[in-house]
Write a protein that binds this ligand. Structure first.
Ligand code: ADP
Ligand code: ZN
Ligand code: ZN
Length: 739
């Protein structure tokens, strides 16, 4: 019988797999899909993953190489996860080897064993102990512990002699003792925290929460996509905790995803207080071995609850029972470079393959999710805040009537004073960091540009720098205009400037700023949050960072300083994002006994989006926005794929996309591709970024299936286009940013 051929995925940007012969002295049965191997690739050795066995290869026998070593004795990913990764590679049109690499902790990609292992030792059966001198008491002490010829681990040997390790080394060298590695058995330790668990009071669910929980419970054991649309503070997290408790009771595991920024210590404390050691966390602050340990604990089932950010959707689970995706609308679930997957959408696909429910939670669901939930009827809602807290009142402040000095209108300044005098906290939201977005010359009209981007430099006054927020370029802050030498002025507001203004207006109120400049490490954010919690801070100004997941019980006034960013954007998703951030920030107000107030500064108080939000809430906004999307053939009523090209000049990028368009048109002649629009090519809104020119071509389709079929045929053609040589290009399926 001829030897089998193994198809192997290797972590390279090539869209292909590689064929190999089995390793020498290796039973072919050991070579199953999902097993990692080391293979020779060119002149290097690469880690690969077996994806299939076959009997045929196009590679001539003389060129066919052998697998070097087999790493695993069982597949790393179970068949569901393995299938999901293959699906993801197909769907997002990303090389399978890179998909596997992205799905495993870094150390597994370097060949670390999938199971935790430890060393063991035993006496060789043919050992001749007689040769060991009587006076070597150290060696005899260890030999005594090994005299039953069984394998022993370090716990069993540690008491034998103070230098037992040295003695073992010696004995192994003499050929008397042999050593091996054994899988470390894992034991559940949930009970160890039982005492602490009881100390935390568990609230009685209100009627709406009760109903929601019942619906989730009824869904356990089979695939459902449930949307939990609950206003901020409505007790969604409490419902998650109860649902998870039921999942654990069934002997299953729960996987919980949260955006990085919402994965707060507060949230983790709530989970560990309830479930103790059963919880593991996978986020960006872990080092490689911590990440691997958490992943292993999930894979063996030792960890019953896995909480993590985007990439945690690929965590291997022994017995999955429920997937929860908190803040499902958050853009961070979509990876924006390389393997451009959506963890939310893959979460749904994964749940379907496992036959378990997926629960998507948000106060501001994405229009895609909302539309789907309305169609399927799987919409659970918590329309009211839990406990005593009341919903905040929203009010627009017309900036055309009330001039704003340094970004703050008079009514806003007065209300801030009143809330401070009442002993409360005030939160100001501005999604623009730095001191001012523009450095401007009033005499000739010059404004400081980035040399590498089609963008202006942001003034960072405290650091005395001009910084490009798109490419990171920095230069010293200047005082005079380079063309007419007049004095230049920072124009517009950033959080740094608002902080300065607030310090002048309210010198008595301790102030904190939360944005990427003031908070660079994870610990810093925790420290500021603690100061807010303890009411040391009275005034809080921040970017998006303050709007997500935090619970500020003493904030009673929220001011949205500039609602107008996003009202008139060319991006069809801009209004959705604006509505979400307004509602999310507003939701930080009055989360406890005092009613909250939200003031929204705008020059366009009659804008329909603001009116809808004010009069009919997020639901009202969503109704109108969905109607608009349907009329304009945007998602969720159509599906998109964005082809981006970058080159050192715009002409080359556009030429490649024109050739791509022609190729697509050619393929499209077949009937099955009707219903696909090819839009563009066009220069990207910010054409030049970090010195490269960018253009894109948009494919819009009535159905995901036809779009997939077109992409499958088109992408190999794109690789072959002569104009592809002078560009870098990528494909983004279900893009959420259209630049
Ligand atoms: P969300 O996740 O929707 O923002 P949380 O679960 O964090 O809501 O609940 C908001 C606050 O209300 C928390 O302090 C929580 O402990 C409390 N809470 C939740 N459910 C109840 C309830 N049924 N009764 C009283 N308080 C509750
Ligand atoms: Zn000038
Ligand atoms: Zn730049």
């Amino acid at each position: 019988m001829p030897e089998p051929i193994l198809r192997i995925a290797v972590d390279t940007p090539l869209r292909r797999v590689f064929d190999y012969l089995p390793a020498k002295n290796c039973s072919a049965n050991a070579l199953q899909p999902g097993i990692r191997v080391w293979v020779p690739l060119g002149r290097r050795r690469a880690l690969g993953m077996i994806v299939a066995r076959t009997t045929h290869t196009d590679i001539p026998a003389s060129k066919l190489r052998r697998i070097d070593t087999v790493i695993d004795d069982e597949p790393l990913f179970d068949s569901v996860l393995f299938g999901l990764l293959q699906f993801a590679s197909d769907y997002y049109r990303h090389p399978i080897g890179e998909v596997f690499a992205a799905a495993m902790p870094g150390l597994l990609g370097k060949g670390a064993p999938v199971n935790a292992q430890h060393s063991v030792w035993r006496l060789r059966s043919d050992a001749s102990i007689a040769d060991i001198p009587k006076r070597a008491t150290r060696l005899h002490a260890v030999l005594h512990a090994l005299n039953d010829h069984q394998w022993h681990d370090e716990h069993a040997l540690a008491d034998s002699h103070a230098d037992w390790r040295g003695a073992l080394r010696d004995l192994v060298q003499r050929g008397v003792v042999e050593t091996s590695r054994q899988a470390t058995s894992t034991t559940l330790e949930i009970a160890s925290n039982a005492g602490a668990l009881e100390a935390v009071p568990i609230p009685q669910l209100n009627a709406a929460q009760q109903q929601t929980l019942q619906n989730i419970t009824a869904a356990l054991g089979s695939f459902h996509t449930l949307l939990l649309h609950g206003v901020t503070g409505s007790g969604k997290t409490e419902v998650y905790l109860r649902a998870i408790a039921q999942v654990l009771e069934r002997g299953e595991q729960a996987l919980v995803l949260a955006p990085e920024i919402a994965l707060t210590p507060q949230l983790l404390t709530r989970f560990t207080a309830r479930f103790g050691d059963a919880v593991v966390v996978l986020h960006s602050a872990l080092n490689d071995s911590e990440r691997l340990n958490a992943w292993r604990a999930a894979r063996t089932g030792q960890a019953r609850i896995v909480i993590g950010t985007r990439s945690a959707i690929f965590t291997a689970l022994a017995k999955p029972g429920l997937i929860i995706i908190d803040e499902e609308h958050d853009a961070s679930y979509k990876q924006q470079e390389g393997f451009r997957y959506s963890a939310r959408d893959l979460g749904i696909a994964r749940a379907q393959r496992h036959g378990i429910p997926v629960l998507l939670g948000s106060a501001t669901p994405s229009l895609e999710t909302l539309q789907r939930a309305r169609q399927t009827g799987n919409l659970l809602s918590l329309p009211q805040r839990a406990g005593e807290a009341q919903p905040p009142t929203l009010k627009l402040i017309d900036l055309r009537q009330h001039g704003a000095t340094q970004g703050l209108s008079t009514p806003v300044m007065m209300r801030i004073r009143e809330h401070l005098d009442a002993g409360h906290q005030v939160l100001l939201y501005l999604n623009r960091r730095g001191f001012a977005p523009v450095l401007f010359c009033p005499s000739c009209g010059w404004s400081a540009p980035c040399a590498r981007c089609d963008a202006r430099l942001t003034v960072h006054k405290r650091q005395h720098k001009l910084v490009c927020h798109h490419c990171g370029h920095e230069q010293p802050l200047r005082n005079e205009c380079p063309s007419c030498h007049a004095e230049v002025k920072p124009v517009g507001q950033g959080t740094e400037r608002i902080e300065e203004t607030l310090a002048q207006l309210y010198p008595d109120a301790p102030l904190a700023r939360i944005d990427r400049d003031s908070i660079s490490r994870k610990g810093e954010l925790d420290a500021v949050l603690a100061r807010i919690q303890q009411r040391e801070v009275k005034l809080l100004v921040g970017t998006q960072m303050v709007s997500k997941g935090h619970h500020f019980p003493h904030v009673t006034l929220v001011v949205i300083l500039d609602a107008d960013q996003g009202l008139f954007s060319a991006d069809f998703r801009a209004s959705e994002r604006l509505a979400q951030s307004i509602v999310q920030v507003a939701g930080r107000a009055g989360r406890e006994t005092h009613a909250g107030e939200v003031l929204i500064q705008t020059e366009y108080p009659d804008h329909p989006l603001l009116q809808q939000l004010l009069n009919a809430g997020y639901e009202g906004f969503a109704d109108a926005a969905l109607a608009e999307r349907e009329a304009a053939h945007w998602p969720p009523f159509t599906r998109l794929a964005l082809l981006r090209a970058e080159a050192n000049d715009l002409g080359k990028a556009l030429q490649f996309l024109r050739d791509t368009r022609t190729a697509a048109q050619h393929i499209k002649h077949g009937k099955q591709y009707s219903g696909i629009q090819v839009l563009g090519p066009a220069p990207a809104p910010m054409t030049r970024k970090a010195g490269v020119h960018r253009a894109h071509l948009l494919l819009q389709s009535d159905s995901a299936k036809t779009l997939q079929a077109l992409l499958a045929a088109l992408i190999p053609k794109m690789d072959e286009l002569p104009s592809a040589k002078s560009v870098r290009w990528s494909v983004d399926v279900d893009p959420i940013e259209l630049f």
